[in-house]
Design a protein around this ligand. Sequence first.
Ligand code: SF4
Ligand code: ZN
Length: 298
Amino acid sequence: MKCRRCSELAQVRLPSHHTGFCASCFETYFLRQVERGIHEHKQFSKEDRLLLAVSGGKDSLGLLLALSKLEYDVTALHIDLGIPVSSQSARSTVEAYCAAHSIKLHVLETTEKGLPIPEVKKRVNRPICSVCGKIKRHWFNRFAYENGYNVLATGHNLDDEVARLFANTLRWDQAYLAGQGPVSPAEGRFVRKVKPLCRLTEYETAVWCFLNGIEHVLAACPYSAGASFTGHKKLLADLEERSPGMKMQFYEHFLQRGKPAFQAIRAEAPPLNECARCGYPSSMEVCGVCRIKEQLEA
Ligand code: SF4
Ligand code: ZN
């Protein structure tokens, strides 16, 4: 197969686009897809103060590089969860990467906030990944809000988005379906959330990282067996193989045709309260994160 842009030998085959690229044209393709996702969904501009949640995995590090190459003013935020081995490994990977590329980095430790994840796991009788996810989302948003960043970006790619959409659809979860997409607008103490990799697959992001020599975290989280959507992703990969381009179509048609209907339903829901402890939005009197903290302090 020949590269679509320059006719040299293609090194990266992309069946969903019925095409392939050489390494250098793949770089151009990848950056254009990031830009297209940002512009098409009005995610942010060069005037915005952008904070990127960086876990140390390939998606967030790959996105950090892409945004720097596209000359966005991006600052990284890493959350150290206090999990033996994997948190140290993730943190040192992110610190080394940001130092090597002169990218501004903040590190927030959940232990300092009274929420070391191993302790949370011992005390909370729920799947740890959903609790850990809740704590991370709370602190990413809170850090952005309190430090003057108006946009918070994450490295979720098309596969993550489609798997989540599929899970939400299986449950017909109206609230989640109303909120899902590459942009969640700012509201009260919620800053705008964006997903600049929404047009790129896990495979494309992995190729981008490989071609750019990005070394991502290798020590897996010891609790990762509970990570969600693995089964859904396999199912969707099978569908994509039979019908290339299906994932993108499912996602884009949802955004155009499905989401507005769920947003109309959501508009009738009562507004969120302010958490009586931390002041951040909550559907109950005290938010989920403050309740976990209370449990640990008891
Ligand atoms: Fe947290 Fe689960 Fe991810 Fe581990 S695998 S970092 S517990 S969300
Ligand atoms: Zn709270």
